[in-house]
Design a protein around this ligand. Structure first.
Ligand SMILES: O=P(O)(O)OC[C@H]1O[C@H](OP(=O)(O)OP(=O)(O)O)[C@H](O)[C@@H]1O
Ligand SMILES: O=c1cc[nH]c(=O)[nH]1
Ligand SMILES: [Mg+2]
Length: 210
């Protein structure tokens, strides 16, 4: 663990992740577990939000109660699989602005192919959390971060479920200013660029497309 990488080793996260990894977990269970884990990861990725106090009256007396300071949030999902993390987080932070970057990996080159991009304006003033369950080579996340930075984002975090050492290294090299939060740092990539031991293709498992 370093400033650049946070691994959320909470027992609930790890237990649910183990179920997601199992090859015999159904599509509906996979989606439900990802949503549940997303709530727990959201807790970690927002842990250092700046706080202030607000004068309120409880039924008993006035108090200076802690509230999150003015900074607003933006959530950016890397399609498709990013939506599996984003939906739960949006329930916790319903006022967040939302953006989408559509990318898929070319299976031969492992380079990302962009097919969509719709980002909110004013990212300069927001904490921008980019979400995608899988950080494999890091090519997709690095490309998505280029796009959100072009749109003005300065204070950015990347949230994923599984990371490979290769992807973490690529993020550190290309976007050293962006902290990465993950539930697991797995062993390696295989020859096809899949995370090992991993959980397979997150998008396909979420949507039942293979
Ligand atoms: O770090 P990388 O090597 O770039 O791999 C990670 C990317 O691969 C997966 O998406 P995929 O291309 O399968 O698209 P999908 O979400 O539409 O299934 C995953 O959701 C990431 O976006
Ligand atoms: O293991 C991997 C690597 C990239 N994308 C996935 O969905 N799974
Ligand atoms: Mg996929």
């Amino acid at each position: 663990m370093s400033d650049h990488l946070t691994i959320v080793d909470h027992p609930l996260v790890q237990h649910k992740l183990s179920h997601m990894r199992r090859a015999d977990t159904s599509t509906s269970d996979f989606r439900r577990l990802l949503r549940e884990i997303s709530l727990l990861l959201a807790y970690e990725v927002t842990r250092s939000l700046p706080m202030t106090t607000e004068r309120i009256d409880t039924p008993l007396c006035p108090m200076d109660a802690p509230v999150i300071e003015g900074k607003k949030l933006a959530l950016i999902s890397i399609l498709r699989a990013g939506n599996g993390l984003m939906d739960g987080i949006l329930e916790l932070i319903p006022s967040a602005r939302v953006g989408f970057v559509g990318l898929y990996r070319d299976e031969e080159t492992l380079k990302p192919v962009q097919y969509y991009c719709k980002l909110p304006f004013g990212l300069e003033d927001r904490l921008t959390i980019v979400v995608d369950p899988m950080l494999a080579t890091g090519n997709s996340s690095a490309a998505a971060l280029d796009l959100v930075k072009e749109q003005g984002a300065r204070d950015i975090r990347f949230l994923c479920l599984l990371a490979a050492p290769e992807g973490v290294a690529r993020m550190k090299e290309t976007h050293p200013d962006v902290p990465v939060v993950t539930a697991s740092l797995d062993e390696r990539l295989n020859e096809k660029g899949y995370i090992v031991p991993g959980l397979g293709d997150a998008g396909d498992r979420m949507f039942g497309t293979k």
